[in-house]
Structures are given as structure tokens and as C-alpha cells.
Design a protein around this ligand. Structure first.
Ligand code: PSU
Ligand code: MN
Length: 300
């Protein structure tokens, strides 16, 4: 197993010194944001994690290795590459064996983080049950991973490109705690609220850390969702974003988009249709998540 892992110098040092490490995914870099904002955001997010006392580990598949932490040049090359494969659980072995570049999704990042013994992971939004899943059966592998891999995911909830109600039901079935960080309801990524209550509201990083510790001390297999709403000043207008999402969903259907292409297609459409306003929101919420994630890691 260890032969597949390659830790950056910074992460290696952190491990030796027993410093807290926070994992970051790379699909958000390759498929979630355009270049160069993707690389710039990734760097800024890493710096926020350092500023709050933890060490960032951006995870990606490169040269037949699972990279735990990218150096500056690797990050730049990765963010500026065309056609990087989106890598979820099923894709990891193939991409490693064929030495292709892979951008890890939430599911794959959780797997790699656990292999490297990192249990806090910061991202923007998780995948979930898609609208119309009762016929398409499009349910993100992220949910199944949350059910079995011991990594907590700090995010801004999930975009309403998904069916948030069914996503909550799925997580409930799998026993995945959905914690609202200073909120009573599940945030919907671009907006601070949705109609769905979270399972537990926790108001500080220390209590989140204590909850995670109790879960894993009891060997209750699986992760947790720590849902942290977008900062008020960056939240988008509910009606505007909901209209944009409806258009994006219609275009996906009209273009017969399916499988792993669905989420990247919808993300790109939303960015395009909001003239980059959603990109600004996306950047702000990831940075906010980085701050909370680092604080939780420090408290672990
Ligand atoms: N949702 C977002 N931004 C993202 C993703 C989802 O708001 O970048 C990415 C994440 O990497 C997530 C993946 O794990 O898309 C889910 O893809 P799918 O629905 O195909 O499982
Ligand atoms: Mn899917």
C-alpha cells in the first residue's frame, strides 16, 4: 500500500512533528474552477490552513502515485493541464497502473486521506443524489464513501443541482452524521439555507472535534459531513441561482449528459450562466471552509 503513497516534503515533516494535516481534493481544481483562478484559489486555501495552525495536503494522482500534498510547480502544472481524468473510487487503480493524471473527487480524496492517516478534509461541496435519481440512479459515490471511510468532510453543503432531500435520506440510511456548523439547516452551497434540517448543530470547532473523536473511538465506521454555510456577504440570491440551476439541468438533459460527466457539466454551466458571480461565491466558501477545517484539525 505504502508504495503508492507519495507525501510532499511539507506533509512528511508535519507527520514527523505530529502536526495536524488537512486534506484537499483536486477535482475542484481540474473540473470545478477555470484556470488560473483554480490554482490561485488552491494556493490561497492552502495558506489559510497554514495560518490556522495545520498543514495542507492537496491530493491528486500523478505518475503512478497518490500524491499527498503538491508542491507549487505540481499544483501549477496540474491546474493548467487539459483533460485530467476525474478520479473517483473505481478509477484509482486504473489511473495508478497506467500512470495517468487523476483529479480526486470527494470519494477518492477520502480514500487517499485515510491511507495517509489524515482524517479532516476540506472542500466546496459534496456529490449526492441527483434530481431524477429514481429513474437515472445517478447517486454520487461520495455518499457511499462517507458511509465507510473515516474522514470528515468540511463543505458548504451541496448544490441544489442535486436533490438535497434525497441526499439527506441516503446519508441517514448509511448512518452518516450531518453536522451544521453554526447552522440548523443544511446549507445549499451558494445560499446559506435550505428547507432541510441538519442532524446536529455544533457551534465551535472543539465540539466538532469531540464528536468525531467519539465516533471513531467507538469504531463507528464512516465519515461525517460538517456543513458550513457560505459567508453572508457572498451568498447568492436564491431565486437567481435556482433559475440558473434549472437552465443547467435542462441543458444537461437536452445534451444527453450522463455518468461522471453530469456534475462537471452542471458546474461549468452554472459558472458560465452567472458570468463568474458563482465562481466568486465558490472561492469565498472554500476559503471559509479551510478556516473551519483547520480549526477542527487543530482540536483533534
Ligand atoms: N460539487 C461541487 N463542486 C465540485 C464537485 C461537486 O459543488 O467540485 C466535485 C467533487 O469532486 C465531487 C464530485 O466529489 O464533483 C462529485 O461528482 P459525481 O457527482 O460524479 O460523483
Ligand atoms: Mn453520478
Amino acid at each position: 500500500m505504502k508504495e503508492y503513497l507519495s507525501l510532499s516534503a511539507e506533509v512528511q515533516r508535519a507527520k514527523e512533528q505530529g502536526k495536524p494535516v488537512v486534506a484537499l481534493e483536486s477535482t475542484i481544481i481540474s473540473h470545478g474552477m477555470p484556470y488560473p483562478q483554480n490554482v490561485q484559489t488552491a494556493r490561497e486555501v492552502e495558506q489559510i490552513i497554514r495560518d490556522y495552525g495545520a498543514v495542507p495536503a492537496t491530493i491528486a494522482i500523478l505518475d503512478g502515485k497518490i500524491k499527498i500534498g503538491l508542491d507549487d510547480q505540481e499544483l501549477e502544472d496540474f491546474g493548467n493541464s487539459e483533460g485530467v481524468a476525474k478520479a473517483s473510487r473505481r478509477d484509482l487503480p486504473y489511473l495508478l497502473a497506467t500512470k495517468q493524471k487523476g483529479a480526486t473527487t470527494v470519494a477518492a480524496t477520502m480514500i487517499c486521506a485515510e491511507l495517509a492517516e489524515v482524517n479532516i478534509f476540506v472542500t466546496g461541496g459534496i456529490g449526492g443524489v441527483h434530481r431524477g435519481a429514481e429513474t437515472s440512479m445517478d447517486i454520487s459515490a461520495d455518499l457511499e464513501e462517507l458511509a465507510k471511510t473515516n474522514v470528515a468532510v468540511v463543505c458548504a453543503g451541496a448544490k441544489s443541482i442535486l436533490d438535497l432531500g434525497l441526499t439527506m435520506e441516503y446519508l441517514e440510511t448509511k448512518g452518516v452524521p450531518v453536522v451544521g456548523y453554526q447552522t440548523d439547516v443544511l446549507p445549499a452551497f451558494f445560499t446559506r439555507t435550505s428547507e432541510f434540517p441538519v442532524n446536529f448543530r455544533l457551534d465551535d470547532a472543539e465540539t466538532v472535534a469531540g464528536t468525531l473523536r467519539a465516533k471513531w473511538d467507538l469504531k463507528l465506521q464512516g465519515g461525517a459531513v460538517i456543513a458550513n454555510p457560505i459567508p453572508e456577504e457572498y451568498a447568492m440570491n436564491e431565486a437567481d441561482i435556482s433559475a440558473v440551476i434549472d437552465t443547467a439541468l435542462n441543458e444537461a438533459e437536452a445534451n444527453n449528459i450522463s455518468g461522471k460527466e453530469v456534475t462537471p457539466f452542471l458546474l461549468a454551466k452554472v459558472t458560465e450562466l452567472t458570468d463568474g458571480k458563482s465562481l466568486e461565491a465558490n472561492i469565498a466558501l472554500v476559503k471559509h471552509n479551510a478556516k473551519i477545517g483547520a480549526q477542527i484539525a487543530v482540536n483533534m
